[in-house]
Ligand binder design. Structure first.
Ligand SMILES: NC(=O)c1ccc[n+]([C@@H]2O[C@H](COP(=O)([O-])OP(=O)(O)OC[C@H]3O[C@@H](n4cnc5c(N)ncnc54)[C@H](O)[C@@H]3O)[C@@H](O)[C@H]2O)c1
Length: 380
């Protein structure tokens, strides 16, 4: 018999769906002692919340997050709302003794993030941030190869996350999905939204960053605000590029924009080591590109590894279909739920916890501070 874990999910947009799907699938593919129960969905609009509950199988709805957090039948609160709400919900949930699963970025800034870390640690509740790309099997395998020393000394870490959906000046800011363009709801633009993913993966694969120098640009200076109806100043970074240094001596080159015409979600990273290099591309997420200088000279070249083997050597894949058949984006969330539940079982928390995710927040803060001051900034 598996133990129920009652989930209270807040927000039914993009991530609300991704998480709900993951809660429903995890126990079908992973052998776990806990199983999520979709207890309640919270959204401000009761009709929309009920529709979501019916679609995904939630037992009940709430229209105020404070009511959801106070409910005795909720074990874990899952935060899938815009960034400016993460802090208040997470702190209240921790105080109420609930486990807290929070979407990325952890917080609007490091100051807020520190309070969130303190709240979950004081309450002693399991906590996790949804940096889901760590759990794409090819990315997890990159971590294994690096930890085994296959790349040797690392020289370069290069990442980009490119989109093109905000080029039109007619696009308003604020409200559902468009809250990303409103600094009051998002905290920052591409830095907290897209680079946060690249930074989390980088810190996980290559260790801490010590300093950065950045430039940002806001190409469209004013946009109509969906909620106020007025034309307001745009305060987010539309594009950000930064250089940095890692503690291990390697150099960082990062770029993100929502103005790269032709790119929808081009997240790539490349790591160059003394002995080998690896490359990964979200558009081809089941493949890991690997170059090993130790190969025999005439056969040396980039290998395109289809990460789908079932012999247990390629992470997560033995839980799915048959060798050669690949999985996709949504599976990274299924893996994250499975790992969270396994963490409850073993007492070894699934990463990143709030404390680990705070490291990404510190880099984001340093990037934004450097862009403002036009000076190098230390990661505090
Ligand atoms: N891990 C990832 O890859 C990933 C991808 C997308 C978004 N995110 C993060 O997930 C979070 C949500 O983003 P999204 O894309 O799902 O946004 P979204 O706009 O699709 O959905 C946000 C939801 O929050 C609801 N909401 C807003 N204010 C609320 C309130 N006061 N009470 C209850 N519900 C409220 C909205 O009605 C909507 O349902 C953000 O923090 C974002 O950065 C992470």
């Amino acid at each position: 018999m598996t133990k129920p874990l009652n989930i209270g999910l807040i927000g039914y947009g993009f991530m609300g769906k991704a998480h709900s799907n993951a809660y429903r699938r995890a126990n079908n593919f992973f052998d776990l002692k806990y199983h999520p129960v979709l207890k309640a969905i919270c959204a401000r609009d009761a009709v929309a919340a009920q529709k979501f509950a019916d679609t995904w199988g939630y037992e009940s709805i709430e229209t105020e997050w404070k009511k959801l957090v106070a409910r005795k039948d909720i074990d874990a609160v899952d935060i899938c709302v815009p960034n400016n709400l993460h802090h208040d919900i997470a702190v209240a949930a921790a105080k109420a003794g609930k486990m807290v699963l929070c979407e990325k970025p952890l917080s609007m800034d490091t100051k807020e993030g520190l309070k969130m870390v303190a709240a979950v640690e004081k309450a002693g509740v399991p906590n996790m941030v949804w940096y889901n790309y760590r759990r794409v099997p090819a990315v997890t395998m990159a971590k294994q190869l690096i930890d085994e020393g296959k790349l040797g000394r690392i020289f370069h870490y290069r990442a980009v996350f490119l989109q093109d959906w905000t080029i039109s000046s007619d696009l308003p800011q604020g409200g559902n999905a468009l809250w990303r363009l409103d600094a009051k709801a998002a905290g920052s633009g591409v830095t907290g939204d897209l680079l946060a993913h690249c930074i989390d993966t980088a810190l996980w694969l290559n260790g801490k960053m010590t300093s950065v120098t950045a430039m940002t640009e806001t190409f469209i200076k004013e946009r109509k605000h969906t909620l106020t109806g007025k034309v307001e100043k745009v305060a987010i970074d539309d594009a950000c590029a930064f250089l940095g240094r890692f503690e291990n001596g390697s150099l960082a080159t990062f770029e993100s924009t929502r103005y790269a015409r032709g790119h929808k979600a081009l997240y790539t990273f490349e790591i160059n080591g003394e002995k080998a290099s690896i490359k990964w591309d979200l558009h081809d997420l089941h493949r890991l590109q690997y170059f090993d200088h130790r190969d025999e000279g005439r056969l040396r070249g980039w290998r395109s590894i289809h990460v789908s083997d079932h012999d247990g050597s390629q992470p997560y894949m033995d839980h799915w279909w048959v060798p050669g058949l690949q999985i996709g984006y949504e599976h990274s969330f299924v893996h994250q739920v499975a790992d969270f539940l396994k963490g409850l079982e073993t007492g070894k928390p699934a990463e990143p916890t709030f404390r680990s995710a705070l490291e990404t927040q510190k880099v984001c803060d340093a990037v934004l501070a450097s862009a403002k001051s036009k000076q190098w900034a230390k990661v505090k």
